[in-house]
Design a protein around this ligand. Sequence first.
Ligand code: PMP
Length: 366
Amino acid sequence: MSLNDMMAGLEPSRQGGLFDGIRKVVPYTPGEQPKGLDRIIKLNTNECPYSPSPRVMEVLAGIDGDLLRRYPSPDNEPLLSALSEYYGLDKKMIFTGVGSDDVLSMCFLTFFNSGRPVLFPDITYSFYDVWADVYRLPYKTLILDDDFRIDPTDYSVSNGGIVIANPNAPTGVSLDLDKIEYIVSHSRDSVVIVDEAYIDFGGESALPLLERHENLIVVRTMSKSRALAGLRVGYAFGNERLIKYLCDVKFSVNSYTLSHPAIRGAVAALEDDEYFKSVIGRIQSTRKAAEEALSSMGFVFNESKANFIFVKHERMDGATLYEALRERGIFVRHFNKERISDYLRITIGTDEEMDSLFSALKEILP
Ligand code: PMP
């Protein structure tokens, strides 16, 4: 008898008892990772269209079994030291984790513990409400205006923490530094997290504000601008005391987060700044060309500072466009959510990938 048959045979009250005591959540839906990567054009998860730095590949190829036999450093050294040197910040101000999702999740668990609602925009990274739910945190979403912009004064209310993606996802819209500072300085009794997953592609970083504001945490990732989504490396900056609390929670959950290859690869990526800058330059120029091409086809969008563009067409709805592109092997991201169901989020690929997208769109559009 299978486990399912056994379960089906149980008294309903017995089943209810077992399943009542379990943490149930509606999980985050990640962008699709379709099989047969050779034939498809993948513009749906904001990955970098170029390889990581050759230096990273060299370091990964040179890793030997003796290293893997050992646990990595619980402090994720030597990455911590490399980040400290690269950004000119004390090691005590830096936290590292398994991609910025891990870092953000630890931040939610550590900093948002007051019982007051956590605030974030109604249209933003769709993991924020999932973490709030899984950690049983109350939260409130604040409405962005019709151009998907934040009004900083909305955030000057009692709260248990604030999280803002800058540039925002999926809109690509960036928030000026003075507005971020306004939000941070009007919520001194709670932690404000600025998620800078896309900051290397444009916009102003909140890092200079760390000197003046002890309630600020800035989160970064190597997944986008450093082409290391598959290695899983993220990090956060904040004042010493906040980082200490964050480390205490991390060491209460999992001591060894980053693997040896992730640590070594991330260090190598930081060492090759020339390659990093050339990748950013290429993506920015493809983004500019894509904005021109898309607007000539009748798409409307706000200026994007990220490695994606969030577009809507005057004559075709988002779901239809998404399906028509998918049938042609081109994957973009569509969110079936209020206010944005007519939009598509298109990751900036290589020039060739973008040309294939434009040809497909010309075929599809009425
Ligand atoms: N923040 C934002 C705004 C994102 O879009 C993403 C990518 N899905 C992440 C964080 C997490 O990226 P990663 O875990 O790969 O660093």
